[in-house]
Design a protein around this ligand. Structure first.
Ligand SMILES: Nc1ncnc2c1ncn2[C@@H]1O[C@H](COP(=O)(O)OP(=O)(O)OP(=O)(O)O)[C@@H](O)[C@H]1O
Length: 196
């Protein structure tokens, strides 16, 4: 679903990474690993097509994608329901009932109509994660999806990832934590470029 060859990125006079090549196939999860500042977010944005300059190498995406950034794209003045309606209007076009089901799936039942700025950090993140229950894109690129999520939420997210992989989807994510899914899982070490 996604192929990248010989990617390299220099920022502020520093070589963040080089010689990064990878393939992500249907049913596979690839975790990008590296220290703080190693360039994981930068790489994910390049793979998503969100950074067009300043890097070398080639990226080919062969399927529609969903990109969820580390910095939440949830508007504080809008409610969770309104935020999701806005996001899906340009993508899957889900119904109001589907949006409410997605919010319930991430534990936000009862919070559908409050201004999002009144939510906790973890609840704020969950509004974003609700998009994983609405998107029809086969290729998911997720930047630190577990950040600020409690243990029950982590398990629910792993279950959702497993469902997606079981349906033939693919996931590429950055995370500092071990991800538990019963599917092929590979790690890309940014420091060495090794995919294991
Ligand atoms: N727009 C930018 N201009 C200049 N430097 C940048 C820019 N974006 C990122 N950087 C720098 O690139 C480096 C890598 O950042 P990046 O966010 O990709 O790292 P990361 O591996 O995701 O880190 P973390 O684990 O802390 O989230 C950092 O040193 C950062 O300051």
């Amino acid at each position: 679903m996604l192929e990248a060859d010989d990617l390299a990125l220099e920022r502020g006079g520093r070589q963040l990474f080089s010689a990064i090549s990878l393939r992500v196939n249907a049913g596979e999860l690839v975790q990008i690993e590296g220290a703080n500042g190693a360039g994981k977010t930068s790489l994910l944005r390049i793979l998503a097509g969100l950074s067009r300059y300043g890097f070398s190498g080639q990226v080919r995406r062969r399927a529609p994608q969903l990109f969820l950034g580390h910095h939440s794209a949830v508007k504080g003045l809008l409610t969770p329901r309104e935020n999701l309606a806005w996001h899906v209007s340009g993508e899957a076009g889900n119904s109001g009932a589907e949006i409410d089901q997605a919010l319930a799936a991430v534990g936000l039942y009862g919070y559908e109509d409050v201004p999002s700025h009144t939510l906790s950090a973890g609840q704020h993140r969950r509004v974003n994660l609700a998009r994983l229950y609405l998107s029809r894109a086969p290729l998911w690129l997720l930047d630190e999806p577990f950040t600020a999520i409690d243990r029950v939420g982590v398990t629910a997210l792993e279950t959702r990832l497993a469902e997606h992989l079981g349906e033939g989807g693919a996931v590429l994510l950055t995370s500092h934590q071990t991800v538990a899914v019963p599917h092929p899982l590979r790690s890309l070490d940014l420091a060495t470029g090794l995919l294991t």
